[in-house]
Design a protein around this ligand. Structure first.
Ligand code: ASP
Ligand code: MG
Length: 472
């Protein structure tokens, strides 16, 4: 059967929840799914604001936001549950969570210190609340389901804010707690994103972690597929806001999907891919608002892939904005060893991750998150190594496709397509399935449009592998 994960926008409002419930009910006709939910859209952000405000002693502001969280969920109950008694019981459950959240908020304000560990506590309420409302609404609609606290199953290490599961323990818990429910024909509704340590402390897997939760649960349960239900038509050839003619991609390989995720496509959490690849479980990215459109299938199954073969070079174009280029120039590099080590040591000390790199004999260019290079101390440490120049507000634009691996002339086509755009940096990924350029942020629309024209012509857009997104 399937693990079905619904993202924040798919459970953010009463009508979205009803739509998601209808999709689950349809799936139930052919088996018993596990349903994994995100928090309602915007709620995790709000919980982080509450935590930050409490930690900074702004109690009034924090409590006002807690009340917004309460009102959002109580509002959903009002819209979704008509039975008086059911509604009363459900509102009580929500109030209990919110009271707990309020106590936590006051506690943190009193102590005056917010730790990663307590931040994870704050963040866990979003998924606990969304699943509580969803499961009740589902039962009221006549679809039997069981709400499960995933913290009984998703047992993690104690890296708060970025916890990872202890797989043997989780697999045993899944067999003990989830399998019997499913075998009894009852749908499981549970939380993405959160978990708990063996000592029972709440953890989170990191922002956007619900996809990962779904893939992990799918792999432990040996499910047939993992469905990621979202608000777009799967993975697209590029952002449709930049190119109105963008197509939805019917099928792609795991490596293409992972590469795209790392390079900025927002549809999937990059780590999602790993557990699915390990067990070779196909991942579908589907549109909650157009459940009949086909979305994207991510798989390495050669039969499925050859059924929709694609000779073109590029399958998708990804954009990552908010980057900066750091140029370091130093004669000390010439014929000397250890320079790179020192340079990367600086980034390591400041906890900054480096994305794209290109080097020559006397200079290195690399891209990092733009917000990282405002740190005076980091800049000073870099200046000790050579002449440093920073270019803010740049974006990486990358073309991705498995076929890039074997083909010649890709760079030539990229350069001629981009002949009117100022390219600040160029890099071919070591995976050989992407080529990236760095441009000024304001050149992104022109660059993406030109690349899309170059690599997706009328012929390729007519192929079965590309689909016009639903509703367009
Ligand atoms: N609710 C969490 C977040 O907003 C996890 C998720 O949606 O995947 O990051
Ligand atoms: Mg997400």
């Amino acid at each position: 059967m399937a693990v079905m994960k619904f993202g924040g926008t798919s459970v953010g409002t009463a009508s979205a929840m009803l739509q998601a419930i209808a999709i689950v009910a349809e799936q139930r006709k052919s088996g018993v799914p596990v349903v994994v939910l995100s928090a309602c859209s915007g709620i995790t952000n709000k919980l982080i604001q509450i935590a930050d405000a409490a930690g900074a002693g702004r109690l009034e502001e924090a409590l006002a936001r807690v009340d917004e969280v309460r009102r959002h969920h109580v509002g959903l109950v009002g819209e979704l549950i008509s039975d008086e008694a059911l509604r009363g019981g459900l509102v009580e459950k929500i109030e209990a969570y919110v009271t707990h959240l309020e106590m936590l908020t006051k506690g943190i304000e009193i102590v005056g210190e917010l730790t990663e560990r307590s931040k994870d506590m704050f963040c866990s309420f979003g998924e606990l609340l969304s699943t509580t409302v969803f499961a009740a609404a589902m039962n009221e609609q006549g679809h039997r389901c069981q709400w499960v606290d995933v913290r009984q199953v998703m047992i993690t290490d104690d890296r708060y804010g970025f916890a990872r599961p202890i797989e043997e323990v989780c697999e045993a818990k899944v067999a003990e707690l989830l399998r019997p429910v499913l075998d009894a024909g009852v749908i499981v509704v549970t939380q993405g994103y959160i978990g708990a340590t063996q000592a029972g402390r709440t953890t989170t897997l990191g922002r956007g972690g619900s996809d990962l939760s779904a893939a992990l649960l799918g792999s432990w349960l040996h499910e047939d597929s993992i469905e990621i239900w979202t608000d777009v038509d799967g993975v697209m050839t590029c952002d449709p806001r930049l190119v109105p003619d963008a197509r939805s991609i019917r099928i792609m390989t795991f490596s293409e999907a992972a590469e795209l995720a790392y390079l900025g496509a927002k549809v999937l959490h990059p780590d999602t891919i790993a557990p699915a690849v390990k067990k070779n479980i196909p991942v579908y990215v589907l549109n909650t608002w157009h459940p009949d459109s086909k979305g994207t299938l991510i798989t390495d199954d050669p039969d499925l892939l050859s059924g929709m073969s694609y000779e073109g070079l590029v399958k998708s174009i990804a954009v990552k904005k908010g980057q900066a280029i750091v140029n370091v120039r130093s004669n000390r590099m010439l014929g000397r060893h250890g320079f790179m080590n020192e340079l990367f040591g600086v980034f390591e000390r400041f906890g900054v991750s480096v994305e794209m790199i290109s080097t020559s004999e006397v200079s290195v260019s690399l891209t990092v998150d733009d917000s990282a290079v405002v740190d005076e101390q980091l800049l000073q440490a870099l200046s000790a190594l050579g002449d440093v120049e920073i270019e803010h507000k740049v974006a990486t634009v990358s073309v991705v496709g498995d076929n890039l691996r074997m083909s010649r002339g890709v760079a030539g086509r990229i350069f001629s397509a981009l002949c009117n755009v100022n390219l600040r940096m160029i890099s071919q990924g070591a995976s050989e399935i992407n080529v990236g350029v760095v441009v000024d942020e304001h050149d992104v629309p022109a660059a993406v449009l030109a690349l899309h024209c170059e690599f997706f012509d009328e012929h390729s857009c007519g192929l079965r592998i590309f689909e016009k997104p639903a509703g367009s």
